[in-house]
Design a protein around this ligand. Structure first.
Ligand code: LMR
Length: 341
């Protein structure tokens, strides 16, 4: 209850920033959507989830109620996808926005988003997700019981480390170091190419794993570093912007296809509005949360010189070759064409 109230406060604040009016209030409804995510409500995903919930709760009062469960309160990402796939309820639906890196079991194509140095900026990411080619990456999900509703941003990732110096020279600075990664095989190969040892761990375990030295470092976007206090247990952060952290908002296909068409249309409209707000929140967090980390004075933030970036790009080029078949050679070609235009 306390968390729902906290979520409502965050939602009202987020809506105000997004310029959308909200009147709030929980009501009984014909359909309930439980939206589960793993990050803090103050992050771009957390705020977008709250906005979506409040838009729906206001516009579809009595018909649909969305309840948001942040910070892995309900499920972690891998568990929520299984729960969504198994769920048979026609009135209570599960929704989540796991990171794109967590969909490998359901769409080999989505692994393209994890490739190091594929995107030079978030502008590049938007070129891809706003292009019809993105549908080819999400289409396989339907037959696995998941319906894709929208792509949400976090941002480009940076690398943090507990150690004597920032991660800069490859492979030397990675040698002998263990890095927490998400459940992505692309990330695993990337860490190995950089010279380090990867270890897959759920997001909720990262802070403790860093603090107890189970792993030496991790990669993430600024809002996650700041909101989960990773910078307090790390010595250096290298602004590598080496790959993208973004999300796919998904809902259980069974629940979705049972909803009346006019409700689906309203929900899709709310997703679009929340997506636009999410992009603004992500852009703000990218610079704002970096600044907060710098001001906190725990980990030292180090920018990456162009020639070092070139060296990282060079040593990780083999990763794309390794995943070309799983992603699909033709699809990968198309993705590059979209990005080059
Ligand atoms: C992570 O596991 O590092 C991220 O996927 C968490 C998130 O959802 O941003």
């Amino acid at each position: 209850m306390k968390n729902i109230r906290f979520g409502a406060v965050c939602a009202a604040a987020a809506l105000a920033v997004a310029g959308i009016a909200w009147s709030g209030g929980a009501q009984a409804a014909e359909y309930v959507i439980k939206l589960s995510h793993v990050v803090s409500p103050q992050t771009p995903k957390g705020k977008a989830a709250d906005i979506f919930a409040q838009l729906v709760n206001e516009r579809l009062q009595g018909k649909v109620r969305v309840e948001v469960f942040p910070s892995s309160q309900l499920y972690d990402d891998n568990k929520v996808m299984e729960a969504m796939r198994l769920s048979r309820s026609k009135t209570v639906g599960l929704m989540a926005a796991p990171s794109l890196s967590k969909f490998v079991k359901f769409s080999g194509q989505l692994q393209a988003f994890d490739l190091p140095f594929l995107f030079d900026s978030i502008g590049d990411v938007h070129k891809l997700v706003d292009h019809p080619v993105a549908d080819k990456m999400t289409d396989p999900l339907k037959s696995k019981g998941l319906r894709a509703l929208g792509f949400w941003d976090n941002g480009m990732k940076v690398f943090s480390i507990k150690g004597p110096k920032p991660l800069m020279d490859v492979p030397d600075d990675f040698n002998g170091m263990k890095f927490r990664i998400q459940s992505s095989d692309v990330h695993s190969e990337m860490i190995k190419a950089l010279g380090g040892t990867p270890q897959k761990l759920p997001f909720k375990e990262v802070y403790t794993a860093l603090g107890q030295g189970v792993v030496d470092g991790q990669e993430n976007a600024w809002s996650n570093v700041y909101s989960k206090k990773f910078h307090e247990v790390q010595d250096y952060i290298t602004v590598s912007n080496h790959s993208y952290l973004g999300y796919l908002l998904v809902v259980s296909e069974q629940f979705w296809s049972n909803l009346p068409a006019e409700i689906r249309t309203e929900l899709e409209k709310a997703v679009k509005e929340a997506t636009m707000a999410n992009r603004r929140f992500a852009a703000e967090a990218d610079s704002g949360d970096r600044l907060k980390v710098e001001q906190a004075g725990f980990a030292k933030v180090v920018d990456m010189p162009v020639e070092k970036r070139k060296a990282w790009r060079q040593v990780t080029m083999s990763v794309e070759d390794k995943f070309r078949d799983e992603i699909g050679a033709d699809l990968l070609k198309e993705i590059h064409q979209v990005l080059d235009n």
